[in-house]
Ligand binder design. Sequence first.
Ligand code: PGA
Length: 247
Amino acid sequence: MRRKVAAGNWKMNGLKSALAELDALKNVDQSANCDTIICPPITLLTEAVRRTQGSNIKIGAQNCHANISGAHTGDISAEMIADCGASYVIVGHSERRADHGETNSDVATKAEAAWRANLTAIICVGETEAERDAGETLDVIEEQLDGSTPSEANAENTIIAYEPVWAIGTGRTPTLDEVGEVHDFMREKLIAKLGPDSGNVIRLLYGGSVNPKNATDIFAISNVDGGLVGGASLKAADFAEIIKAAN
Ligand code: PGA
């Protein structure tokens, strides 16, 4: 059985005062069946790790550079993220693909950089609204999933998140059947690419307007192993409900 995941992506939100949300989250009863991950902005990473020590909450970053170090002003390497005590990094979020022109091969290289630093990569894929309307969803997912997931991916070093771009921050979600269709498809493609040992056990998260009300239904879909949550991860009270849904 695959352990469920409740992952929060704070994006570019949160000053030091936001760390109080982590203290509140620590008090949520977490069963052994759910991994809780919070990805705060990089400025809070070290302190987030310190504050969650001794709890079930793990900390991740939202992006990394492919190189270990060097002349890359403003960038952060996977090794630096690991040095902060974090254990995950999101790569290929649609906001990075759109705002920073990240390609599938950039994302794959970043996933390998994450592994080099012993981080688990959370690789994101997802279609735009125009692509869904044109009936291209599965083609887009196939291309992004294959191009962004290196062939050494396994259940320890990789989590995949399906995040329809049009569902992010909009309050709109695909139907449960539509989510299930994409997740079943990704499972099939991962088994074909990586073999059943890895393909069957890599966790597949849904992301895009997950909230305390819809989380239970979404997480009950057969190949949905949890969620990557933006807006609803910012407040401990909301995210606690999502953790409970994952449990
Ligand atoms: P949202 O964001 O939950 O605010 O829609 C999800 C994400 O972008 O990871």
